[in-house]
Ligand binder design. Sequence first.
Ligand SMILES: N[C@@H](CCC(=O)N[C@@H](CS)C(=O)NCC(=O)O)C(=O)O
Length: 198
Amino acid sequence: MKLFYTPGACSLSPHIVALEAGIDLDLCKVDLKTHTMENGDDFRKINPKGYIPALQLEGGEILTEGATIVQFLAEQKPNAHLAPPVGSLAHYRLLEWLNFLSAEVHKLFKPLFWDGPEDEQKEARESLVRRFDYIEKRLVKDYLMGDEFSVADAYLYVLSRWLEDQQFDMSRWPKLQAFQERMAQRPSVKQALQEEKL
Ligand SMILES: N[C@@H](CCC(=O)N[C@@H](CS)C(=O)NCC(=O)O)C(=O)O
């Protein structure tokens, strides 16, 4: 399988999950400003939506949307226990987290990364603080779903790195900081950061 990625962007989450699952990935870097791949081809031919991540499956089909890709990867290797069994309540808890991270947290970074108008940036920063205050309260155990790592943690880790990039005061969220340190110790995270040259 091939992952279309941009270093440090949301595609880092499926990259980490694939390593956790023991799935070999080819990596293809995408420049988001020009929408081109390393060979100069237009990435929009791969994903007409124009954004990463995109996963090319063995048969050539393209799967998009980070929250979907990580579930797909987890289900390829059920013995890696990266997601609870489909149909269990825990599975819906996982979907609840993935949807929250995607729709209510990830999107808020957009005006910050793409230099949106100042008032939009201010509003996004205030909303992000509220969202991460909520996450901080819910991080009562080592990981979002409890004692065990799940695919939602890879997503949260990537989003929490962006807080640092955007100079948020991380001391407001000590449990999140401890979570980041815990994640940084995982071999999958070390390897993904190294492969993305971060
Ligand atoms: N809904 C998509 C959003 C992905 C997304 O926002 N990707 C960003 C990088 S983190 C991107 O490629 N932005 C460039 C663009 O939208 O043109 C998902 O969750 O996978």
